[in-house]
Design a protein around this ligand. Structure first.
Ligand code: FAD
Ligand code: DHB
Length: 393
């Protein structure tokens, strides 16, 4: 089998890249080791930046999102029962959309298949070779059989645990990692959201977040120990912790059946550079941000927009400069977003090893500043709605 761009992974990065390339008349094949049902049901992020929303609409895959997504123009920072609204749109002129990642994935898969695109499910990439030559080869297994996909270029969009990153020679890249001493326990509950806007909560017992998915579905998170087993968290314990951390006079947190729960560790991670020879990494395959700023999915989208642009220039005019600079261009945004996600994480989570409460006092001062200063609130808002994505074409 041969194609122009071999894409490993049918997450948001791989699927959107395939879609953007098709719009430029460039062929691709997407290999995904899980089943279609599995990737369409996998619950992850939920906040789309302004430019992420725009690119989905402008490229024709945003219809359902526009009908079913929830446009948000603000968020709440809640500290010890006292809430302050950060008016994102008033401060920046831009907005966000709450629409589940799995819905974006469903929409992209449906469009790729309807457009005659090739997305192979239960097709596990096992090796990538030839990236230092003019033709790369991805070996993959499907239905117990070994296959080869030859291509001009490989896009490694296979997430943090994929195989693409390690296909670069050891000497060609460096990984920078920061593991946080806490994780997030996330739940989806069948109960109407108790809020119209997201609530990010600081509390002595740890961070909590109220998000939403639809008028009937709430999504909530609590800071937990990264080593916790989900079995240690019966539903009543999760609700009790949420009730304590989010309590606010005159406000009620509505409870309902929990239909999904999982613990995610918190990590900052960046691969530099994000390319070698004919292999380009995008999304979680190249970097992870702690989830506090809701940036993982949006960063994956920004990467593939830059990559698709570079590939389009190469195929159309033989220009290599944009592709050569892919990693440099993408990493500028990656490190800024890494900064924002680290900043939000440090402001809102309880850290172990703070015996005198020194760090907690600093956090309270920081929150006081962000909620009291228009300049500081604008800085948060500017990052939250998303830095502008500058693409050549
Ligand atoms: P992924 O979505 O991980 O897609 C990679 C794809 O590659 C997967 O479908 C995988 O099955 C496939 N794959 C892997 N290996 C192979 C192989 N060898 N062959 C073929 N296919 C392969 N971000 C937030 O902003 N907020 C959140 O609440 C949040 N929660 C998260 C919870 C979890 C458990 C995880 C893992 C991530 C979460 N994120 C969250 C981050 C966000 O979801 C990611 O940043 C986003 O999914 C990145 O998209 P991607 O396409 O780069 O990678
Ligand atoms: C959601 C996830 C996040 O990481 C975040 O910061 C806000 C919302 C969500 O899943 O809705």
């Amino acid at each position: 089998m041969r194609t122009q761009v071999g894409i490993v992974g049918a997450g948001p990065a791989g699927l959107l890249l395939s879609h953007l390339l098709a719009l430029q008349g460039i062929e691709s094949v997407v290999l995904e080791n899980r089943s279609r049902e599995y990737v369409e049901a996998r619950i992850r992020a939920g906040v789309l930046e302004h430019d992420t929303v725009d690119v989905l609409i402008e490229t024709g895959v945003g219809d359902r999102m526009q009908r079913e997504g929830l446009v948000h123009e603000g968020l709440e920072l809640r500290v010890d029962g006292h809430g302050t609204r950060i008016p994102l749109t008033e401060l920046t002129g831009r907005r966000i959309m709450v629409y589940g990642q799995q819905e974006v994935v469903k929409d992209l898969i449906a469009h790729r298949l309807a457009d005659g695109g090739t997305v192979l499910f239960e097709a596990e990439a096992t090796s990538i070779s030839g990236i230092d030559s003019d033709e790369a080869v991805i070996r993959f297994t499907q239905d117990g059989e070994e296959h080869e996909l030859a291509c001009d270029v490989v896009a490694g969009c296979d997430g943090f645990h994929g195989i693409s990153r390690a296909a670069m020679p050891d000497h060609a890249y460096r990984e920078r990692v920061h593991d946080y001493p806490f994780g997030w326990l996330g739940i989806t509950a069948e109960v109407p959201p108790s809020t119209d806007e997201l609530i990010y909560t600081w509390h002595e017992r740890g961070f909590a977040l109220h998000s939403l998915r639809s008028p009937e579905l709430s999504r909530l998170y609590v800071q937990c120990d990264p080593g916790d087993d989900i079995e240690q968290w019966p539903d009543e314990a999760i609700w009790a912790e949420l009730q304590t951390r989010m309590a606010r006079a005159g406000w009620t947190l509505k409870q309902g059946p929990i239909v999904e729960k999982a613990i995610t560790p918190m990590r900052g991670f960046v691969t530099e550079p994000m390319q070698h020879g004919r292999l380009y990494l995008a999304g979680d395959a190249a970097h992870i941000v702690p989830p506090t700023g809701a940036k993982g999915l949006n960063l994956a989208v920004a990467d593939v927009r830059v990559l698709a642009d570079g590939l389009a220039a190469w195929y159309a005019d033989g220009r290599t400069d944009l592709l050569d600079r892919y990693s440099e261009t993408a990493l500028k945004r990656v490190w800024k977003v890494q900064h924002f996600s680290t900043w939000m994480t440090h402001m809102l989570h309880t850290f172990p090893n703070d015996p005198d409460g020194f760090f907690r006092r600093v956090q309270r001062a920081q929150l006081d500043y962000v909620t009291g200063s228009r300049a500081a609130a604008t800085s948060l808002a500017e990052f939250y709605v998303g830095l502008p994505t500058i693409i050549r074409s």
